[in-house]
Design a protein around this ligand. Sequence first.
Ligand code: GTP
Ligand code: MG
Length: 188
Amino acid sequence: GLKKKEVNVLCLGLDNSGKTTIINQLKPANKSNHLGPLSAEWKHVSQTPSQEIVPTIGFNIEKFKSSSLSFTVFDMSGQGRYRNLWEHYFKESHAIIFVIDSSDKLRMVVAKEELDNLLNHEDICCKRIPVLFFANKMDLKDAMSSVKVTQMLCLENIKDKPWHICPSNAINGEGLQEGLDWLQDHVK
Ligand code: GTP
Ligand code: MG
């Protein structure tokens, strides 16, 4: 058959925003975690991902396949000391997933700073690559709405790239599929 198109996806965002948890949800072993007609018991089990999630050191690479695409996801560490690694992967990236902890109001300005650095970088600003935002941790009581997150990050200012924001809960998988479907449709 035809070789699947290779797509490099960069997963970015501050530390503790939920990047690794999101990617972990996409692994086949965790398919049962996806929200569906699950019993209360199953939901409880899904609170404990099959792999323990720890802060990422440097980055991890994960591969996924859809019917037409072959994805390589770079799950970058969001810790301050590793954020300088991000730019080394900008040139090769075909899509970006930017994850925000919607409950972390204090660091929303830091998230905006990192997003602006990304969007203004010479290897990104010239490319019409899709940027998917997950307004993650929407399950938390004090989480901001995706509309509020859109305002705080001034996403309406992004004119030269297709972008989309999805509220998500990476613990149970809610919102992830919608976002990834959008990404698949917009990656060239
Ligand atoms: P770094 O690797 O340090 O950059 O962090 P990360 O963005 O990969 O975050 P990670 O996936 O390690 O998640 C950080 C913490 O947030 C973990 O304790 C997760 O269980 C938790 N978490 C992730 N997503 C959600 C969510 O949607 N809701 C809630 N309540 N907790 C979440
Ligand atoms: Mg991580």
